[in-house]
Design a protein. Structure first.
Ligand SMILES: NC(=O)c1ccc[n+]([C@@H]2O[C@H](COP(=O)([O-])OP(=O)(O)OC[C@H]3O[C@@H](n4cnc5c(N)ncnc54)[C@H](OP(=O)(O)O)[C@@H]3O)[C@@H](O)[C@H]2O)c1
Length: 310
């Protein structure tokens, strides 16, 4: 089969090449991939072995069901998550990380769900109940942030979106469900019950400072690249500010994501959730498109079109 292979001498460290078809384990189905979305995690390439196939996200159609009887049948449109192997004509993926997409769904749109959508959803679960509570989302225009804003709103929260450029991004964030848009967490007037943070650094310190008592900050990402310096007594509880916590997050640690993947794919397919695609490219152009992301000349959600519906 054809696949995108890491080649550290090629543009974007990627070249199209031939590899053996995947040999599925008993709990894996084989999917013919139609589209994949590119995540920041796909771009951290330094330690990646030459010749391996990257790609966390992939949406496509099952061409071989899992031998153990789990998961969807042949012909089912699906959305899949894995640590690698998504940027290939065929992907073997364990059925616990396969969601069913509605018939006729735009598989490019649902391919944005696995990393970004399920991370936002699972991180929000870590906040506990959000109905009627204030939730802050940092890096709100990013893929995780956009889903977190939309899902927080769906969950009945008052949503505060923090974005580096509120003048440019305010309208789109309000259209996604943000009640309030700020430049940085330090600008908040009132405390929040929960924070989904993808920026880290000084913004995380500010966000923690805005947490109400019993509030939870989930640290999903560190786009700023900065570390955190908390002032003295930041962690001492006092009246109204007790039991605040910061928790780390790793999507790969979750089993049983199928239900979430299916639920999110259905919400994208029916238009409840906007996938926020900013660019689509034939996978033959993946190298130059990924290079533009790595070098900061492009940003937003890139989709690679890998195959076509039968
Ligand atoms: N822990 C996990 O399991 C897990 C899972 C998924 C993702 N992640 C991580 O979460 C992070 C976000 O992923 P994503 O897919 O949402 O990325 P993304 O689509 O590239 O968006 C990231 C957003 O962060 C903000 N940002 C970017 N560079 C920044 C900088 N230098 N300083 C401050 N803010 C900056 C921008 O938002 P504004 O312009 O709106 O401020 C940007 O839109 C990544 O680090 C990713 O690796 C972790």
């Amino acid at each position: 089969m054809q696949a995108l292979l890491f080649d550290h001498s090629a543009p974007g460290n990627l070249r199209l090449g031939s590899v053996s078809d995947p040999e599925p384990a008993a709990d894996e189905a084989v999917v013919r991939v139609i589209a994949s979305s590119v995540n920041p995690g796909d771009l951290y390439l330094d330690a990646t072995p030459e010749g391996s196939v990257p790609g966390y996200d992939a949406a496509g159609v099952v061409v071989r069901a899992a031998a153990d009887g789990s998961g969807p049948a042949v012909g089912t449109p699906v959305v899949t998550l894995g640590f690698a192997g998504g940027w290939a004509e065929l992907r073997a993926v364990r059925t616990g990380w396969i969601g069913v997409a509605p018939a006729g769904a735009d598989l490019a749109a649902v391919s944005t769900v696995p990393v970004a959508g399920t991370s936002a959803l699972r991180a929000l679960h870590r906040l506990g109940p959000i109905l009627g509570r204030r939730v802050l989302v940092t890096g709100a225009t990013g893929a995780v942030g956009r889903y977190a804003v939309q899902l927080s709103r769906l969950g009945g929260a008052y949503v505060v979106a923090s974005t580096g450029d509120p003048d440019a991004n305010g309208d789109q964030l309000r259209a996604l469900g943000a009640d309030e848009v700020v430049r940085e967490p330090g600008d908040l007037d009132e405390p929040v019950a929960g924070v989904i943070d993808v920026v880290g650094g000084e913004r995380m310190v500010q966000a923690y400072e805005k947490l109400a008592g019993d509030g939870v900050l989930v640290s999903v990402g560190h786009m700023s690249g900065g570390g955190e310096h908390f002032p003295a007594l930041a962690f001492s509880g006092h009246d109204g500010r007790n039991n605040r916590s910061i928790t780390s997050f790793f999507l790969g640690a979750y089993a049983g994501l199928s239900t979430d993947l299916s639920w999110l794919a259905a919400r994208v397919a029916d238009g409840t959730l906007s996938p926020g695609i900013s660019r689509r490219e034939d996978w033959k152009n993946a190298g130059t498109a990924v290079q533009a992301l790595v070098e900061g000349r492009d940003r937003g959600k890139l989709i690679l079109d890998i195959g076509q519906h039968a």
